[in-house]
Design a protein. Sequence first.
Length: 276
Amino acid sequence: MTLNSAPMTTSAAPAATEAAARPVIEIKGVAKTYRTRDGDVPSLRPLDFTINDGEFVVVVGPSGCGKSTLLKMVAGLLPPSEGEIHIEGRVVTRPQRNVGIVFQSPLLLPWRSVLDNVMMPVEVKKLPRKEYGLRAMALLKMVGLIGFEKKYPWQLSGGMQQRAAICRALVHDPKIVLLDEPFGALDAMTRERMNVELQRIHRETGKTALLITHSIPEAVFLADRILVMTERPGAIAAVYDVPLKRPRTIDMMADPVFVALTQTVRKHFNVEGEIH
């Protein structure tokens, strides 16, 4: 990934090094302003960066800085006010078939079983049900939900519901996975376990991932590279490589490199705004 801001002087993360240096997502002068009755409300100042094939990039910033807006524009759910977003060389003008999205809330339909919830993108995109049904079961096995495929969302814990939501985002085999604060509503211990799980899923599937979060430790744990955003209207304050080997464990949060990078990122918010 390239940015206008100077990166931290560290070696590139192993996963990023292994990934082919082929841009999958290109953000070119993208800005967003909302029109309201009271006048224009700028959300994002012009952004320029790229994300390469297989990278796990995390955007961290304070509430209201435009992180979710950026994610929705990449997904094709919102149009930019300025600039262009390219996915695999094509300008994004509508929702993307090769993108999966995981939101903060699992958004599982309570009247559908876990398997039927996971299969929703297959139905919407009118994909072969038998073929993708096998893929859905394989994904449920990968995240430890085999045996729960006939259960309903209310019968699952919060962490299990988010695992099902991740399976739903992956079932149609998208090139890119976008994650909008997916573990923000979970308790601290469950969130740590889900971070480990998400890292494993990324390693096993090789997807290009873009995640937004308020949590600096979560960003350092998951990312190949971190984009630090300012308060609204959001802009990129800095970008940092994460020079930690994969797979990462919770114990690595005590590693001096992990602690130092966490402190470096946090310093941005001593001035820019509150963040944890």
